[in-house]
Every structure is written in C-alpha cells, then in structure tokens.
Design a protein around this ligand. Structure first.
Ligand SMILES: CC(C)(COP(=O)(O)OP(=O)(O)OC[C@H]1O[C@@H](n2cnc3c(N)ncnc32)[C@H](O)[C@@H]1OP(=O)(O)O)[C@@H](O)C(=O)NCCC(=O)NCCS
Length: 233
C-alpha cells in the first residue's frame, strides 16, 4: 500500500510534470553565492514533445558526450531517449528531471531526483550532466544546491544522497565541493551483452571480479544553510 509520504511525493511530482490540465508550470530558482538569480530548474513535463521536441536530440548528444557519468553504455538514439523520458522518468512516481535553463532560456544541462527511500525520507540526485561546458562557471554547483534545498524543504526529505562511479574523479571532486561526503562503496562488475556494456551490483555474483565501484555520498545540509540564508532548510 502506498504510504502517505509516497503519495505526497507522487502527487507533487505529477504537479511539476503537469500531468493534469489544472497543473501550472512550476520552476525552481537557482541563485548564486551573492543571492543573484542565475538560472531556473525547469521540470520536463508530460508535454515536452510539444513544447521542447529538441530534448530527444539534445539529451542524446549530452549523454553521448558524457559516458563517464553513466553505468551503462549503449548506442544512444533520440528514439531511445524518448522512450527513457516517457517511460522511465515521467511515468515513474519517484523520479523527476529538471532542465537547467539560463536567464535567456538556453538549456545548459539537466539534473533530477530518483530512487526514493520513503521510510528514510532520502532521495538520490540523478542524471547530473552539464551539456554546455563553458557557460556560467559554478552553475552546476548552484543548481545542485537549489535542487537539494527544494527537495529538503518542498518535498520534506531528511537526507539527500547520490551514487557516482569511482573513476569519475571530476564528478567526485565536484560533489565534495557541493558538500557531499562519502559514506560507502558498492562493488560493481562488468557485464557485456551484444549491444550494451553495463556495470551492475556485484553482491549477487560473488565469484565475478570487481571492476569498479559506486561511491555513495550524502549531503551535509549545513552547507546549504551556510550559503542560502533565504532558504530555511
Ligand atoms: C559533474 C559535472 C556536472 C560538474 O559540472 P562542472 O561544470 O564541473 O560544475 P560547475 O559549474 O559547478 O563548475 C565549473 C567550474 O567552474 C569553477 N567555478 C565555480 N564557481 C566559480 C566562480 N564563481 N567563478 C569561476 N569559476 C567557478 C569550478 O571550480 C569548476 O572548475 P573545474 O572545472 O576546474 O573544476 C560535469 O563535469 C559533468 O557534466 N560531467 C559529466 C557527467 C557526470 O559525470 N555526471 C555525474 C554523474 S554521477
């Protein structure tokens, strides 16, 4: 049975994804360290194929250019990205994806939330990708903080975590800069099929060799308090 908290997350996400005709478009503001508005987190809604059909190509290209951020590698096509957005993001109760838009409306990257642990009131930061590399240095950090502050305050989460591949040094440094600390490691092993290379949880396959790890990190919420006194986190 769906708990009250799971229902609260599902209905809030349905609202942000504009599932029903009465749902208004809601965006999360991104402020820099001087409290200047620098971008918006704009949710990918059920209407993206009408409002932003370019997402299928754009997200495919961003994913293709950033394989280090993902634990599976396959031939990326706009059709596959469309399937992913429709079925594995929008139709999933505990997943949401935001596009990071600068104040001119240019899409710079995306990030989201997924894998809720309703009992622990924890969610994972998901799909963090900077598509446009040189615009607004620091934007990804501020976007991660805005999403985290929104998740703690608006969604009433207690904690925020993430998993990052152990050889993704740049992302690990980035998350440390954002205030995430390592809390553990999950061993992974490599599986190769005809059209996909993926790294999966090693635990059910103790005889297989460990190829990589997921580094599990948790946000220290004090970091948000220090930087955003206008958010009462
Ligand atoms: C992880 C990722 C999102 C981090 O993005 P990023 O562009 O490094 O993050 P920021 O926008 O916060 O910072 C950009 C740079 O500006 C710098 N910067 C931050 N604030 C600044 C400021 N006020 N003035 C000037 N520079 C600043 C940062 O130090 C950083 O420099 P670096 O590249 O030398 O480390 C990006 O590297 C990425 O898309 N990686 C591929 C996908 C991936 O691995 N995702 C994570 C999956 S778990």
């Amino acid at each position: 049975m769906e708990t009250a908290f799971a229902e609260q997350i599902r209905t809030t996400f349905e609202q942000y994804k504009c599932l029903k005709s009465q749902h208004e478009l809601c965006c999360v503001p991104v402020y820099d360290a001087k409290s200047h508005l620098i971008a918006w987190l704009k949710p990918v809604t059920f209407h993206w194929q009408e409002t932003n059909p370019e997402f299928a190509q754009l997200f495919s290209r961003w994913r293709e250019e950033n394989p280090i951020g993902f634990a599976n590698i396959f031939k990326i096509t706009p059709e596959r990205t469309t399937y992913w957005l429709e079925n594995l993001v929008l139709r999933r109760d505990d997943r949401i994806l935001f596009v990071i838009e600068d104040l001119k409306g240019q899409a710079i990257g995306h990030l989201g939330l997924s894998s809720f642990d309703y009992e622990q009131r924890n969610a994972e930061i998901d799909n963090v990708v900077r598509g446009r590399k040189s615009l607004i240095p620091g934007l990804m950090q501020f976007a991660t903080w805005s999403l985290s502050a929104w998740a703690l305050k608006r969604l009433e989460l207690d904690t925020i975590s993430l998993r990052v591949l152990s050889d993704n040094d740049h992302a690990i440094r980035f998350y440390e800069r954002c205030g995430f600390d390592e809390t553990g490691r999950i061993p992974l092993y490599k599986v190769e099929t005809k059209d996909e290379l993926k790294w999966i949880d090693h635990e059910p396959f103790p005889d297989a060799s460990i190829d990589r790890y997921y580094v599990v990190m948790k946000l220290n919420p004090q970091v948000l308090q220090d930087h955003y006194n206008h958010w009462s986190v």
